[in-house]
Design a binder for this molecule. Structure first.
Ligand code: TRP
Ligand code: SF4
Length: 353
């Protein structure tokens, strides 16, 4: 039997279930929380969908302030893409590219802004949070930040993606994307599918501080690219049950983040042993953390192995991104051509061969 319909634009399998698009801002190296929150899911989805994954560098500009922020963009892109590839995102099976390499998204953003009421954007909860966080007001905040979800909609529909794997926090953006699509389709004729969010089931990855989820800004994380030594050292700094001030006091695994991490990274049988030995004071916290470090290192080893392979090929990441950019751009040009025609602007492609 022939393989499932190959997409003319990419030559890749169209997948059984449709087109996935997801994006991440270029924040540099990713950590275990990012892996379970998104990456693992991206890797799994490659089996059934045609997947397009993008580094949204233009979105990152909404919060760039200092020359250092600007200088960080390129290195952050390549560090992050290396983590994608190390985690198993496969450039042979999906399209990986940098948002700004497909400038058609900027045009589509402008065109979509013509069908997006300002009120919709000002009501988005992530917008309000961001304005507060940045110590801005609706008067002083940059226009780009107001339009952030419009650009995100352009990211998605430029490739006519129908499914968008995201975390809970992005649901309002997807709702808005659907509203923009409905308006567009109603005014200019059926053009885009309404993109649906696909929520990731995320095991909560607690930070080493035991206070909150793993995050870079709280510095309670373990990088996917950290060496075995760095990993062990980070794990040894983890907080444990605060009531266990000496080794002969039994611990309470249910309030201990080291235990919670064991549940993700250690074998289930081991996890039971941790529970029993902790509650009977048969194991000390330092040993328990060494044990956890070993489990995390076992987990990270295949990622390190893959990273080692392509770190020896200096142009590898660049080549992957260029290849993905070309493929993405050829789809983007077709879509924008259709949009130009429908909006009365004539042909995009003929005017820009
Ligand atoms: N807003 C998303 C985030 O902060 C990133 C993003 C930009 C995105 N464009 C996208 C996610 C398109 C999914 C689809 O996480
Ligand atoms: Fe936590 Fe392990 Fe110490 Fe128990 S023994 S409190 S699970 S670190």
């Amino acid at each position: 039997m022939v393989s499932p319909a190959a997409s003319p634009a990419t030559g890749q399998s169209s997948g059984q279930k449709g087109v996935i698009l997801s994006g991440m801002r270029p924040t540099g190296r990713l950590h275990l929380g990012n892996y379970f929150g998104a990456l693992q899911n991206w890797v799994d989805l490659q089996e059934d969908y045609r997947c397009i994954y993008t580094v949204v560098d233009v979105h990152a500009l909404t919060t760039v302030e200092t020359p250092q922020d600007v200088a960080d963009i390129q290195p952050n892109i390549s560090e992050m893409v290396m983590d994608w590839l190390a985690a198993g995102v496969d450039p042979e099976r999906c399209t990986i590219f940098v948002q700004s390499q497909v400038p058609e998204v900027l045009s589509l953003h402008t065109l979509l802004s013509m069908v997006t009421p300002l009120g919709w954007l000002l009501r988005v909860p992530t917008f309000k949070d961001k304005v507060r966080q940045m110590d801005e007001t609706e008067e002083t905040v940059n226009y780009g930040l107001v339009g952030y979800p419009v650009l995100q909609t352009a990211d998605i529909i430029l490739y006519k993606a129908d499914t968008v794997p995201v975390g809970q926090d992005q649901l309002p953006h997807l709702e808005l994307a659907r509203e923009i699509v409905r308006r567009f389709n109603h005014r200019f004729g059926d053009t885009f599918p309404e993109p649906q969010a696909k929520l990731t089931e995320v095991p909560l990855i607690v930070g080493l501080d035991g206070q909150s989820k793993m995050s870079k800004s709280l510095d309670n994380h373990i990088d996917l690219a950290s060496t075995p030594d760095e990993t062990s050292q980070r794990v040894l700094t983890a907080f444990t049950d605060p009531q266990r001030t000496t080794r002969n006091i039994p611990g309470r695994p249910e309030v201990c983040n080291v235990y919670s991490l064991h549940c993700t990274f250690s074998d289930p049988a081991d996890t039971n042993t941790v529970y029993d030995e902790c509650t009977s004071a048969a194991r000390g916290c330092v040993d328990c953390k060494r044990h956890l470090a070993a489990s995390v290192n076992t987990f990270l080893e295949p990622l390190r192995e893959r990273r080692r392979e392509f770190e020896q090929r200096p142009d590898y990441v660049k080549d992957v991104l260029n290849e993905g950019g070309k493929r993405a751009r050829s789809i983007a040009r077709q879509t924008l051509d259709e949009v130009f025609e429908k909006m009365g602007l004539g042909s995009y492609v003929d005017a820009r061969p």
